[in-house]
Design a binder for this molecule. Sequence first.
Ligand code: IMP
Ligand code: MG
Length: 175
Amino acid sequence: MIQLHDKYFVDYISNRDIQAINKRLADQIYHDYFDKNPIFIGVLSGAFLFLSDLIKFYRGYCYVDFVKFRSYSGLESTGDVKTLLDFPDIKGKDVVIVEDIVDTGKTLEKIIQRVDELGAKTYKIASLFFKPEAFQFDYSINYIGKNIPDKFIVGYGLDYNGLGRSLPDIYQLKK
Ligand code: IMP
Ligand code: MG
């Protein structure tokens, strides 16, 4: 068990299991993009470790960039999504959006609108984690690492009020 600020978290998913997921996702993506050079766009800050490991397993050439939005405060998704770092030029490009976790889906909804506005040629979404019980939209997530229950997790890029991102494994909030 670990403590971050005022909360306790229990062991949930090992880094070894995460790397197996990363390899599977990288292979699935390569299967779809082997004849293209897609641009992987990581959603900061949560996706920074996932993106860096994912592209190490990716067997083709690709571009890499980042965007940053803010929607979370503590344990709750606020729904009020602010742009902190906007997209690079993606007009006519094949975009793979790389998210750490899709919870309510509000952040990604805003990102998808922006990708449409900017005229990407195609786009798909890869998310390491997905909380189907919390998801409020009907767009599809093309590459899902693992479906998880609607419980707060930390580690491997994911934080609780700024702490926990550097942990190699994933931990779940203790009831
Ligand atoms: P959404 O807009 O509700 O889908 O939330 C999206 C963002 O909130 C994710 O990209 C994460 O950065 C953060 N988030 C959602 N669930 C969790 C969690 O369980 N732990 C840590 N961060 C989370
Ligand atoms: Mg995120």
